[in-house]
Design a binder for this molecule. Structure first.
Ligand code: IFM
Length: 458
């Protein structure tokens, strides 16, 4: 089974800067498998519970990347990207989260980094992509500030081993989703439903980020960022109720993370909700300067005041179930194509997001990198994925023309993988994975991107 050629002819992409970084992304829990060769994580415990993953699967094997990384690096090299964003599994390196280091765990990342360097691809490790070691989670996990300290120690261990070859580093992936889905709503591991009492989880992750930046710098790393998910929030109408609801959502999903990192302060009213302790001192840690700021972008969100009709029922929204008691309710964005995940495709909202960041943060804004962008579609002749990527790259280019300093773009994802609570049902890959045989097959979008990148080099 192989992809046939893309069926319609597209205009070539506009020219991006010569030194623009092109890459693909994955994460450890979603692709590695080899669970018996590492310590347990919260996701192992969560997926063992009945009904938590919609198709009843686990990531025990996933793409078996742990054993097939050479084949995967060859696919990355053939694609012609210059960088590969992967995550390091904390429980593979420190099976109990702290203390005893696993030599074999570190050896894996050492081999992977060597393979990437030999292929001429820059390794871009992310230190945390949601797979908290179970031993730390059992002691309170991200509800405790201690976890941030343990994270910085872990960062130092990884940097000491691969920091000589990996130059560009990411501390955390999407602390917003980890807080919201994992700790507020319970739809991701660790499955807690703390609602607004989950806010300390956001704070401790942000502190962990700042402490890790310091640890990485102490290890000689000079190119550090974070990958935060962001998207424009549109009020459902100009009414005061809808505008207020949209602002609230914007604070929770966007500014709760970007303001402390970039401005060194929480949005109004948030600091009071954070755990006790010296928040001002913590904010100094959180705002430790980064070399660039990563944005994971998928879609905008339209938000309005809670609807009376939905006041007693939960709202299903792009795979997430939102309880009725929230002070906002997402609305459907009509008239747009949808991905298989039910996410609206609105490429121009990426331009809006990026220019909005520039306008909000001005001179304080570090250079930006799109650390994830992609879509879920079935099929190997994935024209709709090509449309999505093509549209978003043009939108990104428009932001560059408008003067926003964006230095790179990473597609999510190199290959189909374990999509968290969806299991294997949502396919985000440029490369198809047959989960029965683990065979990899490049899709039409892979061929399209390879040609698009070739054209960028000529
Ligand atoms: O698969 C996830 C990834 O782990 C984090 N960002 C969004 C992707 C698609 O849902």
């Amino acid at each position: 089974m192989a992809a046939t050629h893309a069926t319609h002819v597209r205009e070539p992409l506009p020219q991006f800067p010569r030194d623009f970084v092109w890459g693909v992304s994955t994460s450890a829990h979603q692709i590695e498998g080899a669970v018996d060769e590492r310590g347990p994580s919260v996701w192992d415990a969560f997926t063992a519970l009945p009904g938590r993953v919609k198709d009843g699967t686990t990531a025990a094997v996933a793409c078996d990347h742990y054993h097939r990384y050479r084949e995967d690096v060859a696919l990355i090299r053939e694609l012609g990207v210059g960088a590969y964003r992967f995550s390091v599994s904390w429980p593979r390196v420190l099976p109990s989260g702290a203390g005893q280091v696993s030599t074999s765990g570190l050896d894996f990342y050492d081999r992977l980094v060597d393979e990437l360097c030999a292929a001429g691809v820059s390794p871009v490790p992310t230190l945390f992509h949601w797979d908290t070691p179970l031993a730390l989670a059992d002691e309170g996990g991200w509800l405790r500030r201690d976890t941030a300290e343990r994270f910085a120690e872990y960062a130092a261990v990884v940097a000491a081993r691969i920091g000589d070859r990996a130059k560009k580093w990411i501390t955390l992936n999407e602390p917003a989703e980890h807080t919201l889905l994992g700790h507020a709503l319970g739809q991701h591991a660790p499955g807690e439903q703390l609602m607004f009492d989950a806010l300390p989880v956001a704070h401790h992750q942000l502190v962990a980020h700042g402490l890790a930046v310091r640890a990485l710098r102490a290890a000689g790393i000079a190119d550090i960022g974070i990958a935060n998910s962001h998207g424009p929030t549109w009020p459902a109408s100009p009414s005061a109720e809808d505008t207020q609801a949209a602002d609230f959502y914007d604070v929770l999903l966007n500014r709760l993370f970007s303001d402390p990192l970039i401005l060194g302060r929480y949005p109004d009213g948030i600091a009071e909700l954070m755990p006790g302790g010296d928040i001002e001192a913590d904010l100094k840690v959180i705002a430790e300067p980064v070399d660039w700021y990563g944005i994971n972008f998928y879609q905008p969100t339209k938000v309005g005041a809670p609807l009376p009709a939905t006041a007693t029922t939960a709202t299903e929204f792009g795979g997430i179930t939102l309880p009725p008691e929230l002070p906002f309710a997402p609305r459907e964005i009509e008239g747009r194509p949808m991905t298989d995940f039910g996410w609206p495709v609105v490429p121009e909202s990426l331009t809006e997001l990026l220019t909005g960041f520039r306008d909000r943060y001005g001179d304080r804004l570090p250079p930006l990198v799109i650390t994830e962008n992609g879509c879920s579609y079935e099929g190997i002749d994935d024209e709709r994925r090509i449309d999505y990527l093509d549209g978003h790259l043009r939108a990104l280019h428009r932001a560059l023309e408008a003067g926003v300093d964006v230095r790179g773009y990473f597609v999510w994802s190199l290959m189909d993988n374990f999509e968290w609570a969806e299991g294997y049902r949502q396919r985000f890959g440029l490369v198809h994975v047959d989960y029965a045989t683990l065979q990899r097959t490049p899709k039409a979008s892979y061929a399209w991107l390879r040609e698009a990148l070739r054209a960028q080099r000529t």
